[in-house]
Design a protein around this ligand. Structure first.
Ligand SMILES: Nc1ncnc2c1ncn2[C@@H]1O[C@H](COP(=O)(O)OP(=O)(O)OP(=O)(O)O)[C@@H](O)[C@H]1O
Length: 233
């Protein structure tokens, strides 16, 4: 069987002691993603969805974890050895993140924002950027800076940027939250289509269960249980 893009077993993340003010604990028994597969993570505000994205992006270290495999790399052992540089390198090569706020640099053009991750890896591929810009209806806007774009256009640039270095794993944190009900479905369809075209596995965090369900996305629910949050089926 093919190597999964992501395989996590028995992950626990804890902030503060359970039962005390401000404490938070997240438990993942298992999360597995094959290439090209998308999972939606849904749940109420504060349940830990952004924390989960940070854990998957290797930005946050689990408190404990049995298995954390990204492609053929043993991330659990990297964390155990405190190998944060290796985690940063894995993130740059194999992970693309679409942030709720876009997170674009305003000092450079939209196209430069998108090409940045390719340049950092020495993997410039202008024709893939053209493909992304065409698909996202951005072809005429590449020379503009983010501040000269609408919120929806900025969000589409953020999608292009996340996919520019052909990551194996795409993480999208409320990618349509700033778009409103008229534009959110179209933007989500573009993201799903592009991730599937490029063969990336994807985790989409959203509070909009229906939007994901209507598109046949497999859902995992953040559920509060015994003072902690479980990533249930
Ligand atoms: N830096 C922090 N320090 C302490 N607690 C935090 C911090 N960031 C988040 N939290 C708490 O951790 C829990 C999980 O937060 P998180 O942002 O992951 O939830 P979320 O599901 O993404 O919420 P939302 O849907 O509102 O964005 C919440 O109880 C939140 O109050």
């Amino acid at each position: 069987m093919a190597v999964p893009t992501l395989l996590i077993r028995q992950l626990r993340y804890q902030r503060g002691a359970v039962g005390t003010e401000g404490a938070f604990a997240l438990n993942i028994e298992e999360l597995a993603l094959q290439p090209g597969e998308t999972v939606g993570v849904v749940g109420p505000s504060g349940c830990g969805k952004s924390t989960l994205i940070d854990l998957l992006a290797l930005l946050r270290r689990p408190t404990s974890v049995d298995t954390f495999q990204l492609l053929d790399r043993d991330v659990a052992s990297l964390w155990r050895r405190n190998a944060t540089d290796a985690c940063t390198d894995l993130r740059a090569r194999h992970i693309g993140v679409v942030l709720q706020t876009g997170g674009l640099l305003n000092s450079v053009t939209a196209r430069e924002n998108v090409m940045l991750s390719q340049r950092l890896l020495g993997r410039v591929d202008a024709s893939w950027v053209d493909t992304l810009f065409d698909a996202l209806d951005l072809a005429a806007l590449g020379h503009r800076r983010p501040a000269q774009l609408s919120i929806g256009q900025r969000q589409r640039v953020a999608v292009a940027r996340a996919l520019a270095h052909r990551p194996a794993l795409v993480l999208a944190d409320e990618p349509t939250a700033s778009l409103g009900i008229d534009h959110a479905p179209g933007a989500l369809d573009l993201l799903l289509g592009l991730a599937s075209t490029s063969g990336a596995a994807m985790v989409i965090v959203s509070h909009d269960t229906e939007l994901l369900r209507e598109r046949g996305v497999r859902l995992r629910h953040c559920v509060a249980r015994n003072g902690m949050v479980e990533l249930a089926q």
